[in-house]
Write a protein that binds this ligand. Structure first.
Ligand SMILES: [Zn+2]
Length: 186
């Protein structure tokens, strides 16, 4: 880490960032590469599930992860989310049976009512909703380098950070652009 800037997201959003980063694209390592890996990861994150994870839940977890990666990429220029992304988020929220309850103190809580992995995935989407409400969501990004796409929390003053600091991707992207320009010039 060259800049000394923490890439961690605030509070409950950090879990979302960690979920996206269960796939290390550059190294080809997937921490939730099979159903047991997914169960272990969700369990270690404190989300359950109590029992084994089914194949359909496994597939939905991977769809959610890539939808969140795309959504975080869209935060770079605040472009509109593809319908494919909102469809996945809607589906996870629906399956998780997210419910709201109000308190006498004029407060409210949202919880995922579904059990198992679908409930756990719903908890991840809930944290996205919280982050959108809190205004922190636009700073959750993935590295602009297409071979990296590591999720990071952009703490730059203007919210214009493009690359994760972990792998010096900014420098490497500039070197690649320079090489491309040279190749074009030749
Ligand atoms: Zn990177």
């Amino acid at each position: 880490m060259s800049t000394g800037v923490s890439m961690a997201a605030p509070d409950r959003l950090e879990l979302v960032r960690r979920f996206v980063n269960t796939l290390d694209i550059e190294d080809g390592v997937d921490a939730i590469g099979d159903t047991e890996g997914l169960r272990r990861w969700l369990s270690s994150a404190g989300l359950g599930p109590a029992g084994p994870v089914g194949d359909d839940e496994f597939r939905r977890a991977h769809e959610l992860r890539e939808a969140l990666r795309t959504a975080a990429f869209c935060n770079h220029d605040r472009v509109a989310l593809p319908i494919a992304v909102t469809t996945v988020l809607d589906d996870v929220a629906r399956r998780a049976a997210i419910a709201f309850s109000f308190t006498p103190e004029r407060d409210w809580h949202a919880t995922a009512q579904a059990q198992g992995a679908d409930g756990a995935l719903g908890e991840i989407v809930l944290r996205v909703i919280e982050s959108m409400t809190a205004g922190t969501w636009p700073r959750l990004k993935v590295c602009a380098r297409d071979t990296c796409r590591w999720a990071f929390y952009d703490t730059s003053r203007g919210g214009t950070g493009k690359w994760c600091s972990m792998r010096l991707c900014g420098n490497r992207a500039k070197q690649e652009a320079w090489r491309d320009r040279r190749r074009t010039a030749e």
